[in-house]
Design a protein around this ligand. Structure first.
Ligand code: CTP
Length: 398
């Protein structure tokens, strides 16, 4: 809940400004007080009257509005809030923030505030992917600015890709997390992610096609619900999320050590695609082609089963242990058997047959196996799958 929380909401000039209107309503429903600031460009998309009527507050628009300066100076306005939210955050607003400009009320408030700032970017996909925006985003992340979204999807301009502002429930979840008010506030959750690399020699290794996308999305979704997340990741292709503790490992053995070191946790989710085998006769030196023996023989040994060993811990077992199952046939039957064999509470099963495009792709179609049975979820983006799973985990932890 956001009762008693005061949010300074800066509405930038983008078509997504219409979502800011619903955001105001939903925040007020949760008991928050929303003090709105509308940029000049924002006024082209939503009217000051609508914003102020929905917020039940005066809408602040101009830096040189003397009445306001008498009522409340811009410094005070920026600091009286518990959180500053920028939605939509346009490419231009992000550039101003990154550059430290203060040439209108919104940018001045952002410079003057001593509170955390959360931005919900919204722009055309080319603008989002432009190197200047990438640079600005990195600068803002370095300054401690929190970011929610953007999402990939069809855009108002007719193009498709990342740049669409997050939906209101996601922005609210990010606001709650920023204010430490989410359902998982203060809870420690462990997530493993990515592939492992099992060395053959110092330059070669055995790996798998896992990108780490699902584990990364899950860690972000748990963080957004307020959890303190430890993210143990193999060498994934997608970058780890911000705002979580990242522990990088390479091999299954290292992953097990990192997991043990990170416990205790209230819940542990094992999304990593851990190699089942390691090369037992891995060479300390690069294996050379020789005339006598051109083709080396690798001897495989079994890797520790991290999920099973945590599930079967006698003391200090997380209250909820969730495994993943990558299957290519009889998904439900295999995953149900795997849940029993590994001793975990839930299994999130997915079909990784090449035709599905799931492994390494951006979507997932999972079946959740619990003690109560199997639940087939629709095909969803990995982000949405992660949010639903995070919400279930929050509900299960109570
Ligand atoms: N897992 C693990 N440690 C391992 C292997 C797997 O922690 N050494 C975890 C994965 O993170 C995942 C679950 O176990 O949560 C299932 O992994 P999967 O590879 O699908 O199952 P396997 O145990 O390899 O079973 P099989 O080879 O029969 O599919």
């Amino acid at each position: 809940m956001l009762a008693e929380k005061r949010i300074l909401l800066i509405i930038g000039g983008g078509i997504a400004a219409y979502k800011a209107l619903d955001l105001i309503r939903r925040l007020r429903e949760r008991g928050a007080r929303v003090v709105p600031v509308l940029t000049k460009a924002g006024e082209e998309f939503v009217t000051p009257l609508t914003v102020s009527a929905l917020a039940g507050e005066k809408v602040y628009r101009d830096l040189f509005d003397l009445t306001d300066e008498a009522e409340m100076g811009h410094i005070q306005l920026s600091r009286a809030a518990d959180l500053v939210v920028v939605a939509p955050a346009t490419a231009n607003l992000m550039a101003k923030m990154a550059g430290g400009h203060a040439d209108d009320l919104a940018s001045t408030l952002l410079m003057a505030t001593d509170k955390r700032v959360l931005i919900a970017p919204a722009m055309n996909v080319r603008m989002w992917e432009h190197p200047a925006t990438r640079r600005n985003l990195a600068t803002l992340a370095g300054d401690g600015v929190l970011v929610v979204g953007p999402e990939a999807g069809a855009m108002a301009c007719g193009e498709f890709g990342p740049g669409r502002m997050s939906e209101v429930p996601q922005i609210i979840a990010a606001i709650e997390a920023a204010l430490g008010a989410g359902p998982l506030a203060g809870r420690h959750v462990l997530v493993t992610s990515g592939p492992t690399h099992e060395p053959i020699d110092p330059v070669r290794y055995i790996a798998n096609r896992s990108s780490g996308a699902q584990g990364t999305a899950l860690a972000a979704a748990l963080r957004d619900l307020g959890a303190r997340v430890t993210f143990v990741t193999g060498p994934a292709t997608v970058p780890p999320p911000g705002g979580v503790r990242v522990v990088r490992v390479e091999t299954a053995d290292e992953m097990l050590e990192a997991v043990k070191a990170a416990l205790p946790a209230e819940a542990a989710v094992f999304a990593a695609a851990v190699a089942d085998w390691k090369v037992e006769n891995a060479s300390g030196q690069k294996i050379k082609k020789t005339a006598e023996q051109a083709v080396p023989t690798l001897a495989f040994g079994e890797n520790p089963d991290i999920l099973a060993s945590v599930s079967k811990m006698e003391a200090g077992r997380p209250r909820l242990v969730v495994g993943f199952a990558a299957e290519t046939e009889a998904v439900e039957a295999n995953a149900t058997a795997k849940r029993a064999r590994k001793g975990c509470d839930w299994i999130v099963a997915n079909d990784v047959s090449p035709g599905t495009g799931i492994m390494g792709g951006s979507e997932n179609a999972v079946t959740l196996i619990t003690a109560e049975g199997a639940e087939a979820w629709p095909r969803l983006s990995k982000d949405e799958t992660a949010r639903r799973l995070a919400a279930r985990i929050a509900a299960a932890l109570g």
